[in-house]
Design a protein around this ligand. Structure first.
Ligand code: SF4
Length: 382
């Protein structure tokens, strides 16, 4: 079996480890780019959401690289994500590609296990348990490293230092094949992150809420987090993470499921129905942003996203009540980096002015952050 899966941020590192630990081959397509987006857009329905087009482009690239099985999560949610796998695989077969589908969902779990059992052979349960442990450890380490890089990036004295370290640490982590090795490499990376020299000057903090794929895939959000850090000295923290996306559906970390439950409860007065996306995390993220020390909120979504467009109608009034500056960014394949930069810089100016005023007036809830929160804090990886 040569299995491929679409990209989403650095999710390919734990997913590749999972597949290889089962003794199968993982085919990782190149990172999403304008080319894969163009390929996907050519064959996707025009008004389908942007993540569908990009992931379709990834599937085409993987099949061209010789993948014989395409894996995708599926389900029956109100939003379109649950139907991505089935629809994309139909389109690809119409284009003439021949492959096996591995559609992972609650309804198909028996079928998926049967296919894995046949491919992995004797002792498949033991191999699966070991592969899941490795998958979890790598997912957690990737998440931690990304978080530290995100905290240091807007404060670093030499532009690009955090990213260079992140890149080397991730490739070392990708090569790690045991739990012990993962722990060791993650710990080394942590120490190295804390040694990066920092510059003087205030940094604003914004929480980024919205659609999962736009939040986590830099190719889709035009590198929003880096742009904010480098051009505007703003630390942007997405409310969702790759770790959460990977582990939440398989219950490998019950803390994530509890978090989701609380987010749904918090969002209920505004959204009594489940819309099928991450709308509860968007609403809960906005409601708790002030208390958790954020200076503003960015709501990022793809043009035709149903759940996030509903949140979009609620957030302006809510943020006004919370005295929380809000910037809404809608992405599609025509979004231009220059237009995005102009909006981000204007938003950052507003945040800094507000922060300066609040500090002069001695309002304690707005902090002037100079040090990344990870400094001086003991963390455990894996
Ligand atoms: S959350 Fe939005 S963008 Fe994502 S699949 Fe659902 S409708 Fe599409």
């Amino acid at each position: 079996m040569r299995i491929a899966f679409p990209h989403m941020g650095n999710a390919y590192i734990p997913l590749k480890a999972l597949v290889e630990e089962l003794g199968l081959e993982a085919v990782v397509p190149p990172r999403p780019s304008q080319h894969s987006l163009k390929e996907g857009s050519k064959h996707a329905p025009e008004f389908v959401c942007l993540p569908f087009k990009v992931t379709l482009g990834d599937c085409i690239a993987a099949l061209e690289m010789g993948a014989d099985t395409l894996a995708m999560v599926c389900g029956m949610w109100a939003c379109r994500f649950g139907y991505y796998g089935r629809t994309q695989h139909l389109i690809l077969r119409d284009l003439g590609y021949r492959f096996e589908s591995l559609l992972i969902g609650r309804e198909q779990i028996g079928e998926v296990l049967e296919k894995l059992k046949n491919a992995v052979g004797r002792g498949w349960q033991k191999k699966l348990a070991r592969a899941l442990r490795l998958f979890r450890a790598k997912a957690r380490a990737v998440d931690e490293l990304e978080r530290m890089a995100g905290e240091i990036r807007p404060r670093e004295a030499v532009k690009g230092a955090a990213d260079r370290l992140l890149e080397t640490s991730l490739s070392r982590l990708e090569a790690a094949s045991t739990l012990k090795e993962i722990r060791k490499r993650a710990e080394e990376a942590r120490t190295a992150f804390l040694e990066i020299p920092l510059s003087e000057g205030p940094v604003a903090r914004v929480r980024v809420v919205g659609e999962l794929y736009v939040l986590l895939e830099p190719a889709l959000n035009l590198d929003l987090v880096r742009r904010l850090a480098w051009n505007c000295r703003v630390e942007a923290r997405p409310v969702l993470s790759t770790y959460r996306w990977l582990l939440h559906p398989v219950w490998l970390d019950p803390k994530l499921n509890l978090e989701s439950y609380w987010a749904r409860r918090k969002a209920r007065p505004y959204l009594p129905q489940v819309l099928g996306g991450e709308e509860h995390m968007t609403m809960a993220g906005a409601l708790t942003a002030r208390r958790e020390g954020y200076d503003g909120l960015i709501h990022a979504l793809p043009l035709t996203c149903m759940p996030e467009n509903i949140c979009r109608t609620i957030l302006p009034e809510l943020c006004e009540k919370l005295d929380l500056p809000l910037l809404t960014l809608v992405f599609d394949e025509h979004t231009s980096p220059a237009g995005l930069d102009a909006r981000l810089e204007a938003f950052a100016d507003l945040l800094m002015a507000k922060k300066g005023k609040a500090t002069r007036e001695g309002r304690a809830h707005i902090r002037v952050d100079r040090e990344p929160p990870c400094q001086g804090r003991k963390r455990n990886f894996a």
